[in-house]
Each structure stands twice: as structure tokens, then as C-alpha cells.
Write a protein that binds this ligand. Structure first.
Ligand code: FHN
Length: 482
């Protein structure tokens, strides 16, 4: 299966689920009420709890587990990664043998944190347990864990959490509800582990208790600040299960931030959050950037691979360019979202060098222009930068949004940051709406030399120098009268 095909395969899978949920929504119009503890929180309290996360805008996602040992290759296939168990149909007992080969002697949490910090990332979210069911810490929930089953003999999460905090970064953990190793989740078909559609009620209760044991350890031992749930789409996991787990966790730590995949309502990855519904604190568009933002108080984060795989694949050198990643970050921030960009470390504990190089370049742009991203809000200007394709469809069958990479805007009190991807001929012209300019300059100009501008009512024209200061994105700062 080609890399792209595999991604589409899973995306198609997700879209079929989303379509089914949407279809159900059309008929039953189910509401997905928030968890009581979520509903009891005032908007101001929630905004305060979400503040560091909202200000951060940019984080590192890390997919690391036993699947890094084969590195994407098996019986002639070279397109595998974290879905290895499902896509090969390997027996659990044979997959478990990878644990004996997992010995990340080159793992240096301070080095990983330096890479994230140099990239301009403000938080890290690492897989504590992916669908494979292998725990990356010494948990009492299962002995199928790194301390008990590998020559490495100890957990990797707490050292990373401590290194992150030493460097001033926030730390979060990904946790898969679906667990292909747990006896409660038998393969849905011979040799296949995916989508255990039916689950014995007693085994489900036991599995939920195991999850609570493991999740409580993550909260208490690593002081994780984000719980990034995944693997929630099976029909044995319900929104009520999600609300109960959300409530359990927020009682353990009232400041915990939990994504919307704790519930089983990921249709469209925002799961109704754009309508004030849904379980969890933020929506999770995956491998895509929504066409528009969702207004104040709706938190969301696009997660995306840097190449074409979440987990390590030794053959995947399809790295996104620095231009693509920077412009994605700007596009997302201009719509009020966060960008969680993924790396898949090797089994040795090394983050692939091409990924490190790309992240360093992204950090270089942010070192100069970070003020226009961190702590910003969405564009104050009306209008879309792109349009829906009349021919191309998303995997969910909806018309594909085709972005126009001309410019975007982000905002802070007293400032608007215009991100110029294309360099206009002499003048930046915009229908400024309610924005009243007071002054203008280029952020990358160390002198902040004032630029001439005229504003007649809502029409703003700023005179620009002949050449852009940055080929990817030159930021024009408009200081405003508000
Ligand atoms: O199946 C997982 C996949 O392996 C990966 O972890 C992504 C990251 O968000 N989530 C699921 C697919 O939607």
C-alpha cells in the first residue's frame, strides 16, 4: 500500500465513521452535552484554564512506541508505522517480541526538548500508549510496559516531563482508548486487530478501571497538563463514557486540558464544539486546516505529520518544506487555532536528522517573527483566503477547501500582524473594517522604520519597500487606535 494510500485508507475509515455520525446526526439530531464539570465552568474560568495553551499556538507531537523497532518495514512492505499491528495482522504474541528489541540508549529528553524549543514550540504531547497497547512508563495498569518488557527497563515519560519544565515548556500525553493488546478488544476479524466492534460489558468495565489507573498515574507522576485522547471511534465507546472519564480526570486535576476525542463524537474533528457541544476542551482537526475559525471560546488544534507518517518510517523522506509548515502555522493562528506538528523518533531514541533540520529552520523564522504568532488572536479582517473546489472532494466527500497563499492576519490588542506570503507591488491594500491604523512597520526590520499609509474610512493602503524581508512570510505590523 503506497504511503499516501495508507493515509487515505485511514482517513477514509475515519470519514466513513464521520459520515455515519453525520448521517445519524441528520436523523436523530443528537446533542452531545458537555460533562457536568465542563458545563459548570464559566467562560472566564475556562479561558483562564486554557490561557497557556491558547497563547502557545505551536506544539510538538511525538509518536513513539514498539512500532519504531521495525521502522515501517515488514515482509517486503515499507509503508508501515504505528498501525503496524492492524495493517500486517501480526499475532499479538509475535508483535510483543519487538519489546525485547526496544532499548533506546540514545534517548536524551533534554535533547528532544532543545529540538522542540529551538523550533519555537511551547508544548510537547507524547504518546503514553498508542493503539498497540504498550505503555511507555512503568504502570500498574498493565505489565505490557517499557519497564517490565524491554532491556531499557524504565519509563521515558517522567524524564521528558521534567526536561520540558526545566526548559519552560508545557508537557502533555496522548492516550489511546482503543488497545489492540487488551484482551477486552478481540480482533474484529481473523488476524485483524482494528475496530473491535463488540465488547463484553464486564470486560469493558474492567478495561475502564485499567484506563483510570493508568491515566491517574500520568496525572500524578508526570503532572501532564494535556490529555490527548485518541482511538475513540469504536462503537463500544460512548459519549457518556467520555463525559465520565473527563469528569474523573478534571477532579484529579482541575487545570487539566482534555481534547474532544475523550468522547465518541469526532465527526468532522470538531465534534460539535463549534456549536458549543461536545465532550472535551478543544477540537482536533487532523492533517487538515479548517477553512475558517470558529469564533471566540471555541478552542481547536490541527495535528499534522511532518512527513507522511506519525510513527517512525525509515523510508519516508517526504518532509514538508519550511515554507509549508510556517504558512500552515500562520494560517491556523489567523483562524484562532493551535498547530501540533509531529515527529516519530527511531527506536534508538533519536529524532530523525531531516526532521531536526526542518524544525530548526521553522524556529529561525519564529525567532524573528514569533510576536506575530504567540498570544495572538484571529484575523480582524473579513474575507476568506481560498475557496471550495468545484471538483476535488475531501475524504469525507465534502468539497475540498483550496487555500490561497496570498496573505493572512493575526492580532493582539493594539496591533494587527499582516503576514505577506506574496509581496504586493508597492502597496498593501485592504478593506480594514473597524481597524484604524496609527502606524505601520515591518516586524523583521530591526529599526521598525515607519511606513507611509493612507486610510480613507475602511480602505487602508500601506506603502511597502520594493523587496520582502523574508521569502516565506514578511510580517507587516499595523499599530491600531484601539
Ligand atoms: O489512528 C491514529 C493515528 O495512528 C494517529 O495517532 C493520529 C494522530 O492524531 N490519530 C489516529 C488517526 O486519526
Amino acid at each position: 500500500m503506497k504511503i499516501k494510500t495508507k493515509l487515505v485508507h485511514r482517513a477514509v475509515l475515519m470519514s466513513l465513521i464521520a459520515a455515519a455520525a453525520a448521517a445519524q446526526a441528520q436523523t436523530a439530531k443528537p446533542t452531545v452535552p458537555a460533562a457536568p464539570v465542563q458545563a459548570a465552568e464559566t467562560p472566564a474560568q475556562r479561558d483562564a484554564r486554557m490561557a497557556w495553551w491558547r497563547e502557545a499556538r505551536f506544539g510538538m507531537f511525538i509518536h513513539w512506541g514498539l512500532y519504531a523497532v521495525p521502522g515501517g518495514e515488514w515482509n517486503g512492505r515499507k509503508d508501515l508505522a504505528e498501525w503496524f499491528m492492524d495493517e500486517t495482522g501480526i499475532a499479538r504474541a509475535d508483535y510483543e517480541k519487538f519489546a525485547a528489541q526496544f532499548n533506546p540508549t540514545k534517548y536524551d529528553p533534554d535533547e528532544w526538548v532543545r529540538i522542540a524549543k529551538d523550533a519555537g514550540m511551547k508544548y510537547i504531547v507524547i504518546t503514553s500508549k498508542h493503539h498497540e497497547g504498550f505503555a511507555m512508563w512503568d504502570t500498574k495498569g498493565t505489565d505490557y510496559n517499557i519497564a517490565k518488557r524491554t532491556p531499557y527497563g524504565k519509563g521515558v515519560l517522567k524524564p521528558l516531563a521534567e526536561a520540558a519544565r526545566r526548559a519552560g515548556l508545557h508537557f502533555g500525553t496522548y492516550y489511546s482508548i482503543m488497545d489492540w493488546h487488551d484482551p477486552s478488544q478481540s480482533p474484529s476479524q481473523p488476524g485483524k486487530h482494528y475496530n473491535p466492534t463488540k465488547m463484553d460489558p464486564a470486560k469493558k468495565r474492567a478495561y475502564i478501571e485499567e484506563m483510570k489507573t493508568e491515566l491517574a498515574e500520568l496525572v500524578r507522576e508526570t503532572h501532564t497538563e494535556v490529555l490527548w485522547f485518541d482511538g475513540e471511534w469504536m462503537d463500544w465507546w460512548t459519549n457518556e463514557d467520555g463525559r465520565e472519564l473527563y469528569t474523573f480526570l478534571r477532579k484529579l486535576d482541575p487545570n487539566l486540558i482534555i481534547n474532544n476525542r475523550v468522547g465518541n463524537s469526532r465527526a468532522g474533528s470538531l465534534a460539535g464544539m463549534d456549536k458549543g457541544e461536545g465532550v472535551g476542551d478543544f477540537g482536533t482537526p487532523e492533517q487538515n486546516i479548517p477553512a475558517r475559525g470558529f469564533g471566540p471560546g471555541v478552542y481547536w488544534e490541527t495535528c499534522m505529520t511532518l512527513n507522511d507518517h506519525w510513527g517512525y518510517n525509515k523510508y519516508d523522506d517526504h518532509w514538508k518544506s519550511t515554507e509549508v509548515v510556517v504558512r500552515n502555522l500562520v494560517d491556523i493562528a489567523s483562524k484562532g487555532g493551535n498547530y501540533l506538528l509531529n515527529v516519530g523518533p527511531e527506536a534508538s531514541g533519536v529524532i530523525p536528522a531531516p526532521a531536526v533540520a526542518r524544525l530548526r529552520d521553522i524556529g529561525g523564522w519564529l525567532k524573528v517573527n514569533g510576536e506575530s504568532i504567540y498570544g495572538t488572536g484571529p484575523t480582524p479582517f473579513a474575507g476568506d483566503h481560498g475557496g471550495y473546489s468545484t471538483s476535488e472532494k475531501n475524504d469525507d466527500g465534502k468539497p475540498k477547501w483550496i487555500p490561497k497563499w496570498d496573505w493572512r492576519a493575526t492580532s493582539k490588542k493594539g496591533k494587527v500582524y499582516v503576514h505577506l506570503f506574496e509581496w504586493p507591488d508597492k502597496t498593501f491594500h485592504v478593506d480594514a473594517g473597524d481597524v484604524q491604523a496609527k502606524s505601520a512597520y515591518l516586524l523583521a526590520d530591526a529599526k521598525h522604520a515607519p511606513l507611509k499609509f493612507t486610510q480613507n474610512g475602511k480602505t487602508l493602503d500601506v506603502q511597502l519597500p520594493e523587496k520582502a524581508l523574508d521569502p516565506i512570510d514578511t510580517v507587516l505590523v499595523i499599530e491600531t487606535k484601539d
